[in-house]
Design a protein around this ligand. Structure first.
Ligand code: DGJ
Length: 687
């Protein structure tokens, strides 16, 4: 069956995914409209869909909504997806359909404006093994144009009795806080103006009718593949419709499109799930694995990172000591964090001076790398290429390389400034030293950090200043892509002061994300729950660190800390020199258990449970259950696994007990979680 079909008589295109259909049609005035986004429809059913309505009910109403890209022309009063100003002040787009192209699962609808020599392409892509629909927009003009807004896509859902919005909020060390609230009548904007996708919001959303749960109810969801600032505006009209438009950049930015130039937006992808948030998440996870990640099937190694152990006080001796202990615990990749370079002995100096600090590593990095290899681990390094401390040789030599505006203060955050990667010379400098670093040392892994937001985002002398918000991100993507192409063994972790740069754009060229600087296992449960809404376990880096936790001061048992971190890509991050022999032995045992369940966690499908998670991969099932502080002696309700075969039997791989699938799903697992921070790991295999 073809994934994109066109009916010329009704001017309708049908996009099919394995379990959903999307129908786009032209209204009488050629404006492209969404007729359906939901369950699979037959061609006959598509033909029976009502034609797109032209106008609303009164002279004060806009057109009927459901626009594929809302423009400004005519009776359109909702948030525009596309806002352009032509020479002389003419603005708005009157759609004229120019044709379409179908190339496998890729549909391009071509339009022009009826007055101006301006071309708009709406792109759609579907895959045979994903229910996600990818959409983006391309513009081309024969006259110079100011682009005030160019979103990737607008999406609308069928009229529902109510609308509930799911998204995440947060801050540094509290990323991915899941929020589920009624969508208010009016406009709701989710955005980042910080130059990164941000800790405070994340570029995705889910909409349901207020009646969905983990395992039931229709859910419509979108995610933007972009790592810079962004904006999504949702509209719920008083007449009861809901739609949203989203893309890169925040409000107030203006880009100049020169004649002949092409402007292409990032992908704003969408997925429909008929059966709850859980299925929506699984569809995203499958899509990220099949169509976003560069190395989806590779098992992520168990990492050790000494940031929480030594902070900025790295040196050859302490790294070697920690490496020996990490190897004993079963670690596979040893990562040296900040402060191995330049004059970096704290956060006040040295950033930008990317040569090995000879006081700390008198014979260079090789003796440490050799020791790490001798211990059977791979070696990784922390870098923060987009930043500079004013107290650095780089800044003293190139003060103009940072984002700045003449006459204005250069705002310091964490004592650092942002290098302007939109300048080709700056991006080229960064690519060269990174390439040299990876070529001259046996570096298998880079932790690529980004520790402050943009301010004074200017480039004096550049006529199109606001371009840097876009071009900076594109330059970062391009450097990562080139490094990966030139060093096929290299793996990259995206980090921005924890999880501030987590999105489908960065995931297309990285292997995992540092989820949060908050490694408290209790807090991590909520952070990981929010993270898991869109992003799969294999990219969710999770360390076991010290107790009491250095950030929160909370003490929880080692086993609990492991059981929480095992829900993602496990790592260790504590000061192992202070762990007792018993703790190191327990850690080694738990790392070995993780190595056994790793294919299930990292390659399997996720079900979120009321106080745990479940992963299913082939005939294996892993359940991780966490009981926070005990309260009032009230017993926990049974933890009931999901998605099992009711007629199958499952053997507990640790106890040998055999359970009926139907009984596990109705009566729950035989767990006995008592006391503060009790936890369990259950390994089942269909037998
Ligand atoms: C912020 C990161 O999130 C931390 O893990 C650590 O790498 C520090 N930066 C180093 O400065």
């Amino acid at each position: 069956m073809r994934s994109v079909t066109f009916d010329a008589s009704s001017r309708r295109w049908l996009l099919r995914t394995p379990a959903t259909s999307y129908v786009v049609a032209l209204a009488d005035d050629d404006a492209p409209r969404c007729l359906h986004w939901g369950p699979v429809l037959t061609a006959e059913q598509v033909a029976a869909l009502p034609a797109p309505a032209a106008f609303g009910a009164s002279s004060f109403d806009s057109t009927a909504g459901e626009e594929e890209l809302a423009t400004e022309a005519g009776a359109r009063f909702e948030t525009p997806s596309l806002q352009v100003v032509f020479p002389g002040g003419d603005r708005g787009i009157e759609w004229r359909y120019e044709g379409h192209d179908i190339d496998g699962g890729h549909l391009t609808l071509r339009f022009s404006d009826r007055r101006q020599p301006f071309l708009i392409e709406l792109h759609y892509r579907v895959h045979e093994d994903s229910d996600v629909i990818e959409r983006w927009t391309a513009l081309r003009s024969q006259v110079p144009v100011s682009v005030l807004r160019c979103d990737s896509a607008a999406w609308s859902v069928p009229m529902l009795g109510g609308y509930r919005l799911s998204h995440v909020t947060g801050g540094w060390s509290s990323e991915h806080a899941l929020s589920r609230t009624e969508l208010v009548v009016g406009e709701t904007t989710l955005t980042s103006r910080r130059g990164l996708s941000s800790h405070h919001a994340n570029p995705w959303l889910m909409i349901d009718g207020g009646d969905a749960g983990e395992r039931h109810g229709e859910v419509w969801s979108c995610a933007l593949a972009w790592s810079g600032s962004w904006r999504v505006t949702l509209t719920r009209t008083p007449s009861g419709r809901a739609s949203w438009t989203g893309g890169f950049g925040h409000e107030g930015l203006t880009w100049r499109l020169e004649p002949g130039e092409e402007w292409v937006t990032p992908v704003f992808a969408g997925v429909y799930a008929p059966d709850g948030y859980g299925e929506a998440s699984r569809r995203w996870h499958d899509h990220v694995a099949r169509h976003v990640l560069p190395e989806p099937d590779e098992l992520r190694p168990v990492v050790y990172n000494a940031w929480e152990a030594v902070g900025f006080d790295v040196n050859e001796a302490n790294q070697k000591d920690l490496a020996r202990l990490a190897a004993r615990a079963g670690v596979e990749l040893f990562v040296m964090d900040d402060a191995w370079f330049g004059g970096r002995t704290g956060d006040g100096a040295g950033l930008g001076d990317w040569w090995v600090n000879e006081d700390r590593f008198p014979d260079g990095l090789n003796p440490l790398i050799e020791e790490v290899h001798r211990l059977g681990m791979r070696f990784g390094l922390w870098v923060e290429p987009e930043m500079v401390n004013p107290d650095s040789d780089l800044y003293r030599a190139k003060p103009d390389w940072v984002l700045h505006m003449p006459g204005r203060a250069r705002t310091l955050l964490r004592n650092q400034l942002v290098l302007n990667f939109a300048r080709p010379d700056v991006a080229d400098w960064a690519h060269k030293w990174l390439h040299r670093l990876v070529s001259e040392h046996a570096v298998d892994f880079l932790k690529w950090d980004f520790n402050r937001a943009f301010t004074e985002a200017g480039r004096p002398g550049e006529p199109d200043q606001d371009r840097l918000w876009i071009d900076h991100v594109r330059a970062v993507y391009s450097i990562m892509d080139r490094l990966r192409a030139d060093h096929p063994h290299l793996r990259i972790e995206a980090c921005a002061g924890g999880g501030g740069r987590t999105d489908l754009g960065i995931l297309a060229r990285t292997d995992q994300v540092w989820t949060s600087d908050n490694t408290d296992a209790h807090d991590r449960i909520a952070i990981q729950r929010g993270f898991s809404q869109i992003y799969p376990a294999r990219v969710m880096a999770a360390w076991v660190t010290d107790s009491p936790n250095p950030l929160t001061g909370r003490s929880v048992p080692l086993r609990f800390r492991f059981h929480v971190a095992m829900a993602g890509a496990l790592g260790l991050g504590g000061d192992l020199t202070r762990w007792s022999e018993a703790e190191l032995s327990e850690a080694a045992e738990l790392v070995a258990v993780y190595q056994d369940i790793r294919p299930v966690v990292q390659l399997g499908r996720l079900w979120r449970l009321p106080y745990g998670v479940q992963y299913v991969h082939g005939d294996r099932i892993v359940v991780l259950a966490w009981h926070g502080p005990a309260a009032f002696g009230t017993p926990l309700p049974p933890l009931r696994p999901a998605g099992l075969d009711p007629l199958a039997r499952y053997r507990d791989e640790d106890t040998g007990a055999v359970h009926h699938g139907a009984l596990l799903m109705s009566r729950g697992l035989p767990l006995d979680l008592r006391g503060d921070y009790a936890s369990a790991l259950v390994r089942l295999r269909a037998c």
